[in-house]
Design a protein around this ligand. Structure first.
Ligand code: GLN
Length: 537
């Protein structure tokens, strides 16, 4: 292998154990790619070169000792020992930043490790740095980051999706084989879809939220990005499981088989035989691009040809998903974000000398427009006169959405197959003037969060040269079987020509004349019609 960045994590694990490559060498090539290409992508908010190389040297020592200890000692090492990973910049790592894409957390240094970071360190994974994101994970394009947008390596004039756009991009661009994101309404699956990588939102409670900057606590889940299902299984395994520090984390056992998804394509594909897949008619939403619907239907047909039984089903309350999500998520965020008061964390404007005035100034300057919009919506929905009409009503509809899914599992289906995103990656600025258009990006993903279910988005070919994601949704705790289905689809499409394609404009990121997404945004703003001059906004 001439370019180590093209290796999957499981391939790195095998080479590391065999002593054919060192973690320091792997880390060095990934750091170099990240440092060279980040100007044109803006996917990393910080790269931890020194810490990463030190962690890699420590992993090399652990692996060398295990090699001396023999096969049992080697088998006891987690496969991620020595493997590079990236974290969304809302996952705390002791001594490092956690901006959550916001100015209000600028300068904050985490005094502790999140459980996710602690578990990755325990496994021996090498944390390369922190990735860009929509502010407080609110958005579907990463354009709401206070640190500028991230570009999609398939087309540098387009968004990578969001809110975990940086985490999806660094995996698509081969800066890291793996990354961590969070998904409240689609923020792992939608950017995975738009960047052509695998992204999984686990069952609510599978991964501890301790040390993750909260958005909407009843919906937030942490999950992996990877370039295939096997790698997603490795990272999910490393971070999952009960944690005393998160009361909502479940005691559900973490299946060791997550580490052993089949390597052989035919063996993987045979998992489809007799599996019952539901195709919900409501997920082929109005406004969906025909190319997206076609790729998804082709993927499902390919699984049927490989032995799956496919039936159309109805999830009748799907249509209410967006409206209820945009009551519940803002309500919870307005409460969670109350802690950013200019006293405890990050930005603090003390210029007036008066507490309430300073509080208002700090929040006014620290939060961006989308976050303010959500806080206002949420505060309104929770206010005394409106609580019953909005929040309580939305919670009741949430129960109906969950009941739709329950009926599918009760009918004996193994999984639901659907599009992840109604569109391929869209151009910078396309949805910034119209928040509802942006919100519609998650129409197919957010019901899954409302019901607390696991869902994975996997690449299913291209439309107009851009990646399309197939979403596989499962019953609670069925992550292993979702990843087996994902792996089966990889098996049946292993020789499809699109599998060999790399992100089309990745090569441009090495060119110093390529504009950065921040420069593109400045140009876009300069060209935008001035409000009141007849422009659309
Ligand atoms: N795009 C959705 C939102 O803006 C979902 C975001 C997420 O999953 N964090 O709320």
């Amino acid at each position: 292998m001439s370019d180590l960045t093209r290796l999957k994590a499981h391939e790195m694990a095998a080479l590391l154990r065999a002593g054919d490559v060192s973690s320091v060498a792997l880390t060095e090539v990934h750091l170099a790619a990240a440092e060279r290409q980040n100007r044109a992508l803006n996917a990393w908010l910080v790269i931890y070169r020194e810490n990463a190389l030190a962690a890699a040297a420590a992993a090399d020592k652990r692996i060398a000792e295990a090699r001396r200890g023999g096969p049992a000692a080697l088998a006891a090492l987690h496969p991620l020992c020595g493997v590079p990973v990236a974290l969304k910049d809302l996952v705390t790592v002791k001594g490092g930043q956690a901006t959550a894409g916001s100015k209000i957390l600028e300068g904050y240094i985490a005094p502790f490790d999140s459980t996710v970071a602690a578990r990755m360190k325990a496994a021996g994974a090498v944390i390369l740095g922190k990735t860009n994101m929509d502010e407080f994970a609110m958005g579907s394009s990463t354009e709401h980051s206070a640190y500028g947008p991230t570009a999609n390596p398939w087309d540098l004039t387009r968004v990578p999706g969001g809110s975990s756009g940086g985490s999806a991009t660094v995996v698509a661009a081969y800066h890291s084989p793996l990354s961590i994101g969070t998904d409240t309404g689609g923020s792992i699956r939608q950017p995975a879809s738009l960047c052509g990588v695998v992204g999984m939102k686990p069952t609510y409670g599978r991964v501890s939220r301790y040390g993750i900057v909260a958005f909407a606590s009843s919906l937030d889940q942490i999950g992996p990005f990877a370039r295939d299902a096997r790698d997603a299984g490795l990272l999910l395994h490393a971070v999952s499981g009960r944690d005393e520090r998160d009361a909502t984390s479940a005691p559900e056992p973490v299946p060791a088989e997550l580490l052993r998804l089949p390597s052989n394509d035919d063996e993987a594909a045979s998992y489809l035989k007799g599996k019952r897949l539901a195709l919900p008619k409501e997920y082929f939403v109005e406004g969906m691009e025909p190319g997206v619907a076609e790729r998804v239907r082709e993927a499902v047909a390919a699984m049927e040809a490989a032995g799956a039984i496919v039936e159309e089903v109805s999830l009748p309350h799907t249509d209410y998903g967006l409206a209820t999500y945009y009551i519940i998520a803002p309500a919870e965020c307005s409460s969670n974000l109350a802690r950013f008061d200019g006293v405890k964390y990050g930005l603090s404007d003390r210029s007036s000398g008066e507490f309430i005035a300073d509080y208002i100034r700090t929040r006014g300057a620290g939060f961006g427009p989308e976050v303010k919009r959500r806080i206002m919506l949420g505060t309104y929905a929770l206010s005394a006169g409106y609580y019953d009409a909005y929040y309580l009503k939305a919670q009741k509809v949430r129960t109906l959405i969950k009941a739709d899914f329950d009926a599918v599992w009760a009918a004996g289906f193994d999984a639901i197959c659907a599009p992840t995103s109604p569109t391929v990656a869209f151009e910078f600025g396309a949805k910034m003037a119209d928040p509802v258009a942006m919100y519609l990006s998650d129409a197919c993903t957010l019901p899954v969060n409302m019901a607390g279910l696991p869902g994975v988005s996997i690449p299913a070919g291209l439309s107009e040269g851009l990646p399309v994601g197939l979403q596989i949704i499962g019953a609670p705790w069925s992550e292993l079987s979702m990843l087996r289905l994902a792996r089966a689809y990889e098996g049946i499409t292993a020789r499809a020509p699109w599998r060999a394609l790399e992100p089309a404009e990745l090569y441009l990121t090495d060119d110093p004349t390529t504009p950065s997404p921040i420069e593109r945004k400045e140009r876009l703003n300069a060209d935008a019609p001035v409000a009141g001059s007849g422009g659309q906004s």
